[in-house]
Design a protein around this ligand. Structure first.
Ligand code: RTP
Ligand code: MG
Length: 141
């Protein structure tokens, strides 16, 4: 296993439910350390760019509308096997199918409003971390 850095987004529903602390605590307890962190309200254009891989999907309009509804917290998380670990802690996309004790099983509203995003591969983790953080906004810790 190797130390990896992945992108996590706490989506608008997470902030509306006041779950920033709850979610970050789960990551820290699991050995995933925030090495970059900020709050941002995505523009429509930024949301469409970030989710460009999904632009032909039927839920694209709904997704970008949701992701621009309010501010989000973006974090670079670092740790052993961080990309896969993050997705395990998040749980399945659909909260009804997410394992007990995962963020989505405990906190998500629906398949669309599912509380967190996590990069799905090393290639995408690098692209997505760079989308939100410049080198000087990431810290060694
Ligand atoms: P994410 O990218 O947010 O970490 O989630 P994921 O990999 O588990 O899911 P993905 O297939 O990449 O879909 C991206 C996001 O689109 C929304 N979605 N809505 N209404 C629907 O059927 C539907 N399917 C996906 C979710 O917000 C999902 O996280
Ligand atoms: Mg995805």
């Amino acid at each position: 296993m190797a130390v990896e850095t992945t992108l996590s987004i706490l989506k608008p529903d997470a902030l509306e439910k006041n779950k920033i602390g709850d979610i970050i605590n789960r990551f820290e307890e699991a050995g995933l350390t925030p090495v970059g962190l900020r709050m941002v309200h995505l523009s429509q254009n930024e949301a469409e760019q970030f989710y460009a891989v999904h632009k032909e999907r039927p839920f694209f309009g709904e997704l970008t509308e949701f992701m621009t509804r309010g501010p989000v917290v973006v974090m670079a998380l670092r740790g052993e096997n961080a990309i896969e670990r993050n997705r395990e802690i998040m749980g399945a996309t659909n909260p009804d199918e997410a394992d007990e004790g995962t963020i989505r099983a405990d906190l998500a509203t629906s398949i669309g409003e599912n509380t967190v995003h996590g990069s799905d591969s090393p290639e995408n983790a690098e692209i997505e971390v760079n989308f939100f953080f410049s080198g000087t906004q990431l810290f060694d810790r």
